[in-house]
Structure formats: C-alpha cells, structure tokens
Write a protein that binds this ligand. Structure first.
Ligand code: GLA
Length: 386
C-alpha cells in the first residue's frame, strides 16, 4: 500500500512545514444501491484502500496541493473562489474547503501532499476518500473540531457544487464514520447509523473489478434520480403523506404501482424492494445468517439489472461467473453502476478457486483482465500519529 517514508520525503520536497497525516477510506457497498438519495437505507463497509494526506499550515491564504497519483501540483486562494466544475482533481479539494467554510469553519492556508490506494473510477469511492481526507486535514490544522456528519455533508456538497454530481450521502458518510470489523446500516434520512458486526473469519468480502467504466454513468445517475422524484410525485395522489420512496412499503407499491408509467414503475420498484432487502440483510448479518444475506445480494443484482437498468454486460458476466462458483454465497454489482466492481461473499476455503475462475473466465468472455481486491472492514477517517 502507501509507503510512509516516501510520502514524508515527497512532502519535505514540497513544503517547509512539519506535516501531520490524515487518512480516509474508500468503501464497498454490501447492499442498498441507489436508495441513499431516496432517503432510504444502505449497508456499506469502509475498505483498507485509502487516501492519505500529509499537511502543514502556511502563513498565507493559499492551499497548495501535490497529488502523487496525478504527479501534478495545483493551488487555490481561500479568499478567491475558483470556477466550479473544471473537471479537474482540484475540484474535490476546493469544493470541500468551500463547503467547510460555508459551515463556519475558519480555514488556514496549507501545503498538502495526497496519495491514494483507492482505484480511481472503480466505484470504490475514491472521490469520497479524497474529499473526506482533505476535509478532515484542512479542518484539523485550522484548529476546528469538525463533527463527522458535517464533514460527510461537506464532502457531498463538494460533489453537488464543484464536481457536478448529484450524489447521495452514502460514500462520504461511510468514509467519515466507518468502523473496523463492521458494516454500517445507514439511515440516509435521519443521518444515523448502526454498526453491524461483520465476521470475516470464514467468509471474505471480495471485490471484483470489471475494469470498465461506461461514459453514460453520470448522466444516467441524474436521470435515475429524476425518475424517482417523478415516481414520488405520482404516488402522492394515493399516498399524500410520502415525501420520498423511503416512505413507500412494498404493500403500498403493489397496490398503487398502476399509477406509474414505465420505466418509472420499474425504477420505483427497485428502490422500494431494495430498501426492504437492505433492512433484511442487516438482520441476517446480525444473526450470522450469511447464506440468506447472499441470497438477498443476488436478488439485489437482478433488480438493478432488470428494473433500475444500471448494470452492464461486464458486470453481469462477472456476477454470473461468481454465481457458478462453489463457496460463493452472493454476488452483485456495487456502487453507482455502468461499470466498476462487483461485491461477493466467498467462503475463505474457496478463495483460491474463486480467484482463478474469475480471472480466467472473465478474460475469456471480455478480453479484459479483471482485478480482485480482498479487504477487511476498516475504520473511517482519522489522524495517523507517526
Ligand atoms: C454513488 C453515489 C452514492 C450512491 C451510489 C449508488 O456511489 O455517490 O451516493 O447513490 O452511487 O448506491
């Protein structure tokens, strides 16, 4: 992973200050996809892939930052907002800095060196890890005690303003508040979470990266959001008290789905059933019933493939190969969709065979070399004392 001595050396070449170090993880979502912006439930895990920031305060108002991954430096002035949506990596840092300032955090100028082991574009929340690690670092060296929920919201605001993606709160929340050896059942309306123990002594959480990302992802994400809002507006005729799909039970949906035209009906069906599956999955996890949990993950994939239509050929192939392997309890695409990764629950005794089969058969079917990551559940963002 990230070599600290090298990071320290890189920082010394970039800044005269004495650095402090902060980290924030990427995430994999076990279940509960596209439910966060519907005020619903998600069940993600923070992973060991993370972004590390070395930072020292400056005497002036500049934020100067060097990205090891990009091998590039950039800067902005805290008192002179730069343009939004430039489509560059600085958008994430400036976005989170401005969102923190809007929340009353008085930021100081700083030098930052950032390095990340979260694969970019794989749907493992490299952006959230970037926002949360830099947001925490900037607040801390300014002497501000930032509340973790406020930090997560600042990261989300950076996406909405500077980056231009209408994301929900899941990724920033888990990156800021994840807990080692646990998944988090997040209530995205209440902004509260329950830590659910994840026992990985016999079962591993395996992430399979299709290594594809389809260009449509961003616009389709925003379209799905709109379709859900249209669904709520139409269902309100029969259910006036609802404000989000979170408020629609599967029974209500069965009764009133005829108010919805296609494809809105299928979109809403995904969200309504996915919320129920997520709550069920958290219960299964608590009871140690991983077989039932795996079953729910498979149903979730079908729902995303057929109703929400956010899967793609490569993701479906990856899930089909996994479903055919002995020792796999469940497999589904994870994250925003249209590429990225699948998440799999695999018996540890079957891991080697699983790995071999995925690599071989995926290559055969797509001519693409997959990547496989195994991660324990990690803690959310923190300062690293060195
Ligand atoms: C992306 C977004 C999240 C969430 C997922 C889908 O990761 O950032 O807010 O909507 O997609 O579950």
């Amino acid at each position: 992973m990230i070599d600290f001595a090298t990071l320290r050396k890189t920082f010394a070449e970039f800044s005269d200050g004495e650095p402090r170090f902060f980290r924030a993880p990427g995430r994999v979502n076990l279940i509960g996809e596209h439910t966060d912006y519907n005020d619903g439930f998600v069940l993600p895990v923070a992973i060991e892939h993370e972004t590390i920031v070395a930072i020292a305060a400056r005497a002036d108002r500049l934020i100067k930052i060097y990205s090891v991954n990009e091998n590039a430096a950039a800067q902005f002035d805290l008192d002179e907002p730069g343009a939004m949506r430039r489509g560059i990596w600085l958008d994430y840092v400036e976005g989170v800095a401005r969102a923190l300032m809007r929340r009353g955090v008085v930021l100081r100028g700083a030098d930052l060196v950032v390095e990340s082991s979260v694969p970019v574009g794989a749907g493992l929340s490299s952006s959230a890890a970037f926002e949360i690690s830099t947001g925490l670092a900037l607040s801390a060296i300014s002497g501000a005690e930032i509340d973790r929920i406020a930090l997560a919201l600042a990261g989300q605001e950076a996406e909405h303003t500077y980056v231009g993606a209408q994301v929900g709160i899941m990724d920033q929340f888990i990156s800021a508040l994840g807990k080692k050896d646990h998944a988090l059942l997040i209530d995205c309306r209440a902004l509260t979470a329950e830590n659910v123990p994840l026992d990985t002594s016999e079962i591993a959480v395996v992430i399979c990266d299709t290594r594809v990302k389809h260009a449509l992802a961003n616009s389709e994400y925003n379209t799905r959001r709109r379709e859900c809002e249209q669904g709520v507006a139409l269902l309100k005729k029969a259910l006036p008290a609802i404000t989000a799909l979170r408020d629609v039970s599967t029974e209500d949906f069965a009764e009133y789905q005829n108010l919805l035209p296609e494809p809105i009906r299928r979109r809403c069906r995904h969200v309504v059933t996915e919320n129920e599956r997520t709550l069920d999955a958290a219960r299964c996890l608590k009871n140690g019933d991983l077989a039932a949990m795996g079953e729910l993950m498979s149903r979730s994939h079908e729902s995303m493939r057929d109703d929400y239509e956010i899967s793609c050929r490569e993701l479906d192939i990856m899930v089909e190969i996994a479903d055919d392997c002995d020792g796999v309890l469940g497999a589904r695409m994870t994250g925003g969709g249209f590429g990225g990764c699948t998440v799999n629950l695999v018996e540890r005794s079957a891991l080697d065979r699983f790995r071999r089969k995925i690599m071989q058969e995926y290559q055969k079917a797509t001519q693409i070399e997959a990547a496989i990551y195994i991660s324990e559940a990690a803690d959310g963002a923190s300062e690293i004392k060195h």
